[in-house]
Design a protein around this ligand. Sequence first.
Ligand code: HEM
Length: 193
Amino acid sequence: MQVGGNAYQVPAGRRDGNVSSAQEAGANLPPPTASVSRLNQVFGAKGLSQSDMVALSGAHTVGAARCSSFDARLYSYGPSGAGQDPSMDPAYLAALTQQCPQAQGSDPAVPMDPVTPTTFDTNYYANLVAKRGLLASDQALLADPTTAAQVVGYTNSPATFQTDFVAAMLKMGAIEVLTGTAGTIRTNCRVAS
Ligand code: HEM
């Protein structure tokens, strides 16, 4: 897939780890149901601020999520365990229930930004303002008063989003960098050696 958008320079030369653990990755990733305070804990534990977290979430302007990542909002929301998420635009909710019918064997993926799915823009944030965020953790960024202004701000200033996103990506790329003889330098990046 070709993705339109933003080009920026990254520092070269991170050493690769020798082990990749799904369990370890799962323990460090927030669930798609996470609240802002949970997201802050997970990002904060890696030295990333709330503002970094809101900017990095803008990556969800490209790519797709499987129905199982958000269908609790369509079919099993709230205390009854059978409601629909009232913070979602009803037309969007109806469209998603078409794309993610209940009781099916497969688990299809839907675009996270249906407006411009392959362009790295601020439509992700515009979708949140229109109550069209796909994951509960996305929509939470508008619902929470401590993050809402940043979300709305990015819709008015795409250049600020791009600058903040790049800064936060560089910060994220510097998390727990392996140094000295830890890890390896791969000749084939797909093979641990
Ligand atoms: C804020 C916390 C985050 C949560 C809770 C989260 C959660 C998720 C989930 C559940 C999916 C869909 C997975 C699936 O159904 O297969 C997804 C996809 C994706 N996420 Fe995140 N994510 C977060 C932050 C980030 C960050 C920081 C980035 C990168 C800077 C990112 C980039 C992506 C991309 C590009 C996809 C699409 C992958 C594809 O199309 O295959 N996400 N995320």
